[in-house]
Design a binder for this molecule. Structure first.
Ligand code: HEC
Length: 138
């Protein structure tokens, strides 16, 4: 009898654990598809991650890239100064978005951005998903 109770308990635990995983997975996907440009901008500005250097007022106004104001207009469909044949953000294509690649370090000139250390994977995934979903100004 005891054996059956133990078996039943294991079955129930496994069932609920797998359910939880599925629900969590679904939520992750839904959250990722709802990344807005407001979220992306926040990553650039939070703790001065990018804007400490990339703003017009800074003496370290690097690469002619302003990420502090009119950010959308400054990056989406705009050519890179470093690689004039590349676009900073190309809607639907993270691989062809030079600004995104500057943050992952794939096929870039100069240093990875921000120079102090790579963004975390969650932040990178958010930006990637925003680009994949059309890089909307939302
Ligand atoms: C400490 C200063 C500093 C910070 C912070 C910084 N950058 Fe840069 N950025 C630079 C410098 C210097 C260059 C030019 C040299 C290089 O690319 O290595 C540059 C170049 C770039 C370029 C190339 C621009 C072009 O048009 O080709 C991009 C894109 C870029 N940064 C994005 C970012 C992003 C996004 C962040 C934040 C996640 C960031 N940077 C944070 C200093 C900084």
């Amino acid at each position: 009898m005891k054996k059956y109770i133990v078996l039943a308990l294991i079955t129930v635990t496994v069932f609920f654990t797998s359910c939880e995983d599925n629900i969590k997975y679904k939520v992750d996907i839904e959250e990722a598809s709802e990344v807005t440009f407001t979220d992306v901008k926040e990553i650039f500005t939070n703790n001065n991650t990018c804007i400490s250097c990339h703003n017009t007022q800074s003496k370290d106004y690097y690469a002619g890239l302003d990420l502090s104001a009119s950010v959308y207009e400054n990056i989406v469909g705009v050519n890179s100064t470093q690689r004039t044949n590349e676009v900073l953000i190309k809607a639907n294509s993270p691989e062809e978005s030079y600004l995104y690649r500057k943050m992952t370090g794939e096929n870039i000139d100069g240093t990875i951005m921000p120079p102090g250390g790579k963004l975390n994977q969650i932040q990178l995934d958010k930006i990637k998903s925003w680009i994949e979903n059309g890089a909307l100004n939302n």
